[in-house]
Design a protein around this ligand. Sequence first.
Ligand code: C5P
Length: 412
Amino acid sequence: MKRLHGKNILLGITGGIAAYKSAELTRRLKDAGADVRVAMTRAATEFVTPLTFQALSGHPVHTELLDESSEAGMGHIELARWADAILIAPTSANFIAKLAQGRADDLLSTICLATEVPLAFAPAMNQAMWNDLATQANCKTLRQRGLFQFGPASGEQACGEIGEGRMMEVPELIDHLADCFEHGVLQAVNVMITAGPTYEPIDPVRFIGNRSSGRMGYALAEAAREAGASVTLISGPCHLATPDKVQRINVETAEQMHKAVFDHLKECNIFIAAAAVADYKPVDAKKQKIKKDNESLNLVLERNPDILSDVAHSKTRPFVVGFAAETENIEQNAQSKLQRKNLDMIAANFVGQTENNKQDIGFNSEYNALQVFWANGSSTLELTRKSVLARQLIQLITNHYQAHKKDEKNTA
Ligand code: C5P
């Protein structure tokens, strides 16, 4: 089977002796069914000529950002849009640093900044440069941003030294790249996700709500869908676009969310409660708008149903994942919720500002970091965009769900 059949792959080549291997890589990408276009940095053209890659890819090679003729053929934005994935192999230490800084001072780095498709990089450099703390920190930054790092391998290097820093071999690079397209780990699995805030009416125009934007739940819906699941998103009021091929059910109150969840629970295999459900609602929502006739106003509140706990205690329960937004004692509170609510996993996050970089995280923010707990273990997902975090969390949930299914089968 041609694992990259019909895929448009933009191969970026930066300056390093391993660039000679990129000629073979171009051939093998084409053998795997891909249409390949090549963009080279100026340093890369010192190692291998663009003509080599033009002959192998069957397309003109792109080298200049501000070149009228190549911009007229296929400009950098068009190239960024044309690609289904970008693979940079070899990636020099300098280019890794440029990516980490978000620079756009040549064609390839500009394309990388302009693209929204999966971006993979295969580091290749001298072992000392690879082990340098700056390079390591830059790679970590890129991985946290959701870039795929392929390699490096270790062994004998062109400079005569031995160690880590060799470019990953061509067949492995192609395998890893193909893996980026082949998700499907949640094929035939029904995932239900709650997201957003709830609004609890006080009167026809006022309500008790909260600052949840719904971003985490929506990102999880998208990531679960990408992984092949059928996704039902039970959403409180928020202004986000429904992710592609996700069934969205709109609700306002916790009661409505509870009903919508239980209406769809029979088919559900994994339940993820990312909604910020109001714990209390006004006992007596007024039919008419409350007038400001008195100096003070007392609202009597009563408990809402706990959707997550009810699902987790239901008879034929799915695999259940909860969230815990905390302002203190994250671990202690999360562990106690895990047990009390009878959950399989819980993802806990600190709501507020991070100590180091003053990045607002959690509620109503693009960013989040999570500590995930289960019965006998935990894992930390570092601060990053919610879209990247969602993919990491879905992968973690999938691993545990599959292990859980295996256990169930063995004890049946
Ligand atoms: O107990 P606490 O509200 O902190 O628990 C948070 C978790 O419980 C979240 O996953 C949230 O979606 C869920 N929850 C719920 N129904 C409620 C309150 C919280 O599903 N009424």
